[in-house]
Design a protein around this ligand. Structure first.
Ligand SMILES: [Ca+2]
Ligand SMILES: [Ca+2]
Length: 327
């Protein structure tokens, strides 16, 4: 037996032992580095107490899948760009959406839509425009990436974007029927468990969780499945086309969303939208609350913004993934 195969079988043994738990992590296998295996399971998706598009609560069964423990970072995305010379959609367009913080005065009649600007030369290397850089943010989540930019990265690694069902199952971490990835305690009554918007001014929120915009991935505690920032920090692209009534018609087994031509956002019906999940540093208890595990948001797939990133999944069975390491 070659030493290489011995090493691989060693990895497989680690997998077999760890699989006794509901989720596992293979730290020593590059293909699955910083990924967690989630066993096939059935869960209650959605909420009857949230927004209308989160209802009805319904039972969904999922095959097992691997999911990234962290949001994809700038360092991760830089490796992809270096290997492929890929050009993102915002680089092609020459501009992208940036949230302009309103300063230190408390915000009255908070409406984030008032604060978004199309900024020249904002892209993944310059999340807020040319005055900004990722030079000291290599461990922050990549942002200013469109749906296609996210999909291209995952495809480069032979991975996929999660479905909405996979994302919500992962975000719940086994907490059936609960509101947040950490339980039912409202954000303002907990320690800083997630990078969100807290308070009524930029200065106030910085004092409370330490970050006005993105935080390095993994800065906050993981959920019960070992996933960091699965709520908060940045919104994350998922693979489903958005439909506000999808839960009334979705498959109960591995649902993947409606077809593109069926997608509709009632607020902007002319454009088919993808879904984003998990909320961002701009969400707070009384606005957006996208960090609720059942919260859904439509997003224009060609658009990018400085509050949206992603993570990948790998839709291969546990047995196949172990065998692939032995071949
Ligand atoms: Ca914050
Ligand atoms: Ca997130």
């Amino acid at each position: 037996m070659t030493s290489a195969k011995q090493a691989l079988i060693g990895t497989a043994v680690v997998v077999a032992i760890a699989a006794v738990d509901n989720y596992i992590v293979i730290e020593s296998e590059p293909s699955f580095e910083n990924m967690t295996w989630l066993e096939p399971d059935t869960f209650l998706m959605g909420s009857d107490k949230g927004m209308p598009d989160e209802s009805p609560t319904h039972e969904v069964s999922l095959s097992g899948f691997w999911i990234d423990k962290f949001e994809v970072s700038n360092a991760d995305y830089a490796q992809f760009i270096a290997a492929t010379d890929y050009i993102t959609d915002s680089e092609k367009a020459g501009d992208s959406m940036v949230f302009e913080f309103p300063g230190e005065q408390p915000i009255l009649n908070f409406n984030p839509l008032d604060w978004w600007d199309l900024v020249m030369h904002a892209d993944w290397r310059h999340p807020q425009g040319l005055t900004d850089s990722i030079e000291d943010k290599s461990d922050h989540p990549v942002v200013q990436v469109s749906f296609a930019d996210a999909l291209a990265y995952c495809g480069w690694l032979d991975k996929q974007l999660p479905t909405e069902a996979q994302f919500e199952f992962a975000a719940r971490g086994g907490r059936e029927g609960e509101i947040y990835s950490w339980g039912n305690q409202p954000l303002h009554r907990t320690e800083a468990v997630s990078n969100t918007w807290q308070g009524t001014s930029s200065a106030e929120q910085q004092r409370q969780d330490g970050y006005q915009t993105t935080s390095p991935v993994g800065s906050f505690p993981p959920n019960d499945y070992g996933l960091h920032d699965i709520t908060g920090n940045v919104w994350e692209w998922v693979s489903d086309w958005y439909h506000p009534e999808y839960y009334s018609m979705s498959s109960s087994t591995d649902p993947t969303g409606v077809a593109e031509e069926q997608s509709i956002d009632p607020a902007d019906p002319a454009i088919a939208k993808r879904s984003i999940r998990g909320g961002s540093f701009l969400c707070r208890d009384d606005y957006c609350s996208g960090f609720r595990v059942s919260a859904r948001m439509p997003a224009k797939p060609s658009a990018s913004a400085n509050h949206t990133g992603f993570r990948c999944v790998k839709n291969t069975s546990w047995t196949e993934s172990v065998l692939s390491q032995l071949n």
